[in-house]
Structures are given as C-alpha cells and as structure tokens.
Ligand binder design. Structure first.
Ligand SMILES: *Cc1c(COP(=O)(O)O)cnc(C)c1O
Length: 225
C-alpha cells in the first residue's frame, strides 16, 4: 500500500465520525511527509522538538503541526511560534512555560491536557484528581494558553475490552467537564485518543483526533534519524 492509499483508507474510515486524522510522521523522512501532503494530508504529529522544527521549515506553511510527545520545558520556546496543538501537557510547570513563551510571541498556544488512563507505570499525564484540581483552580495568570480538551493513551495490550474501558473512562471525564462551566481559558472540544493499533475502538468511543503513524507510513526506523 502506498502512503496515498493509506491516507484515503483512513479518510474513508473516518468519514461520518467526529475524528480527524493526524499523520504521525516522527522519524519519517521529508519525502514521506511530502507524499502524504500531496495526498491532501495537512495535520502532522511529531514527538521531538528539533525534528518538528526542521520539518516545519522545509514543508509548506499550510500544515498544522501537532506536538504529541513528552515535552521538556527548556524546549518549549522552539515550537510556540508555530505549533497548532500541544497534546502532551502533563504538568502545571510545563503549562506555565508554554504560557511564558506564548506571551513572548503574542500567541495563545492551543493545548490538550494529557490524562493518565493506562495501567502501565511509564505513561505521562495527570491522574483524574490532579486534572480536576487544575481545571477547577485554573491559574488566572495563564493568559497565553488555551486548553482545547484532553489526550490519553490506552495500555499497550491486546485486551480489547481493557483498551475500550480506558477510552471510555477518558471520554466520561471529557463529557463531565464539558457539561459544567469552565474557566474562560478552557474548553472541551477535542478528545485525542487512538493510534494505529487501537484507533477503531477510540473512534467508537468518541475520539476527535486519531494519531496514526505506522499504519500510514510503515514501521519507523529509529536508527536512521
Ligand atoms: C508514535 C505515537 C503515535 C503513533 O503510533 P503508531 O502506533 O505508529 O500509530 C501516537 N501517539 C503518540 C503519543 C505517539 O508517540
């Protein structure tokens, strides 16, 4: 299958759902992103700041760049001028830095709060009580961030019902928050969940942004980049 066909496949799959396709292009060479672009893809997801910056500079400016990987505070400044959405906000400290850098470039930087839903110890994110604490006591000095919704990653397991229940948990939280009055800087519009192996469950459970890498571009080669 070509990248073009894979993009078509996903666009067909997602037609009639709430979900948009993010092409996760981390580690992939520019030529592959150009192929996806030629097939109409305009949203790309990266997880390394330097790589995203380099690709941003080389590719057309109508691309939306989404940061999906764990972000270190000292690197925030490199992406705040152009990033369309940061999915991986997992601490108040990071949010404060995004706010500081957003102020410098006069932008309100769109962000998602990453919520820990998996059973593994290794995943980043807020747990439910930390999330509610942050949202209900949202610091008023954070004038240059816009919270657009939530992001989560299910456990790496073949147990489909476990994956589904983790996505359901996130969706419930999302809907509960959306039903209440929120601080002006926060809205619950986007629910980023689902990757190559679990996107169909995620879409059934209400995902608005699926992050697909391998199923579009093939396996990643980490050595080459
Ligand atoms: C790499 C990555 C993806 C895409 O994973 P695939 O299994 O290749 O689709 C999705 N989300 C995050 C946060 C990632 O780091």
């Amino acid at each position: 299958m070509s990248i073009e066909n894979n993009i078509k496949f996903f666009n067909d799959k997602l037609r009639g759902t709430r979900a948009k396709l993010i092409a996760v292009s981390k580690t992939q060479p520019i030529a592959k992103l150009q192929e996806a672009y030629a097939a109409g893809q305009r949203i790309f997801g990266e997880n390394k700041v330097q790589e995203m910056e380099e690709k941003y500079q080389q590719l057309p400016k109508d691309i939306e760049w989404h940061m999906i990987g764990h972000l270190q505070t000292n690197k925030v400044k490199y992406i705040t001028p152009f990033v369309s959405l940061i999915h991986s906000v997992d601490s108040l400290k990071l949010l404060q830095e995004i706010n500081k850098q957003g102020k410098k470039v006069n932008r309100q930087v769109p962000c998602l709060l990453q919520v820990f839903i998996a059973q593994e110890e290794t995943k980043f994110g807020f747990d439910e009580s930390e999330l509610l604490q942050l949202i209900h006591h949202f610091p008023t000095e954070l004038t240059h961030v816009q919270i657009k919704g939530l992001m989560g990653m299910a456990s790496l397991t073949h147990n489909q019902s476990q994956i589904r229940s983790e996505f359901q948990k996130l969706r419930k939280l999302f809907e509960q928050l959306a039903a209440h009055s929120l601080p002006p800087a926060i809205e619950m519009k986007e629910l980023s969940m689902g990757m190559s192996s679990d996107y169909s469950i995620a879409v059934e459970e209400g995902s608005t942004l699926v992050r697909i890498g391998t199923a579009l571009f093939g396996e990643r080669n980490y050595q080459k980049t």
